[in-house]
Design a protein around this ligand. Sequence first.
Ligand SMILES: Nc1ncnc2c1ncn2[C@@H]1O[C@H](COP(=O)(O)OP(=O)(O)O)[C@@H](O)[C@H]1O
Ligand SMILES: CC(=O)N[C@@H](CCC(=O)OP(=O)(O)O)C(=O)O
Length: 296
Amino acid sequence: MQEIINKAKVLVEALPYIQRFNNKTIVIKYGGNAMVEEHLKESFANDIILLKLIGLNPVIVHGGGPQIGKVLKEMGRETDFVQGMRVTDHETMNVVEMVLGGKVNKEIVGNINHFGGKAVGLSGKDGNLITARKLEMKRINPDTLTPEIIDVGMVGEVASINPAVLTALEESSFIPVIAPVGVGVNGETYNINADLVAGRVAGALHAEKLILLTDIEGVKDKQGELISTIDIDEVPGLIDDGTIGGGMIPKVNCCVDAVMEGVKKAHIIDGRMEHACLLEIFTDQGIGTAVARFKR
Ligand SMILES: Nc1ncnc2c1ncn2[C@@H]1O[C@H](COP(=O)(O)OP(=O)(O)O)[C@@H](O)[C@H]1O
Ligand SMILES: CC(=O)N[C@@H](CCC(=O)OP(=O)(O)O)C(=O)O
């Protein structure tokens, strides 16, 4: 009996959040294990459908780095990464577009639709959703100690997000699922890091939340303990003193950019956990690390 009552309590705990987030947009970057393991794929698809049915507007931006890597390997091609970005020549760009916009995107759309949702797959080319320009990557030359530009090929950065197509889908109760491929002024195709796209989409939609699903519990301190909240002003210090490193740097910076563009809170959460999105949105304690303006 108590077990049944506890189930009702869970629903009641969610009620204020369901009210507060009614009709609000939540942008979710979907990647890592959550996109590979079968039971997590199913739990993610169900979470998204539930969010939509109870009145929120989920928008999905997906990654697919490991899936691209696998296809390239099968083709006998290797790619290098510079500062977390895949060096992308023309042939690699074709593979990236095929894998992200084709296989990966359609699998996510297929899963959501299979469990009863209405998802529509898009790349940044659809409705000119993501315009991009070539990313100018700089580094300090270790020999001359002067700044230099490294050519990473068709890697792009977001020039603009044109959310008209997303708004139209939202109004007709579809769930947009976006592949991080952008289009340049001359129609050329760019490969863009999915976290960066998610941050900019959230900013352009003035989303209530940006949620980045990753393969770790959240941002950790130097002792390895989870930091549950970070004020955006604290981020540069945490990077400078080496607390935040590697792939977590672009993630946290993308949260800061989104908050600066008007997103209320950004969250870095563990995609290895079943129903991670629901736990973050609808429970009092939430999970992972929240990045926002907490001070003042
Ligand atoms: N302070 C930190 N807290 C958590 N993870 C960190 C931290 N500093 C560096 N990292 C590293 O960042 C990784 C997450 O970035 P990344 O592997 O690029 O994620 P994804 O594949 O989900 O895009 C973690 O697995 C961890 O190795
Ligand atoms: C420029 C660049 O590196 N683009 C990424 C795009 C996919 C992505 O970001 O996927 P994850 O989120 O799974 O890493 C790539 O080619 O792997």
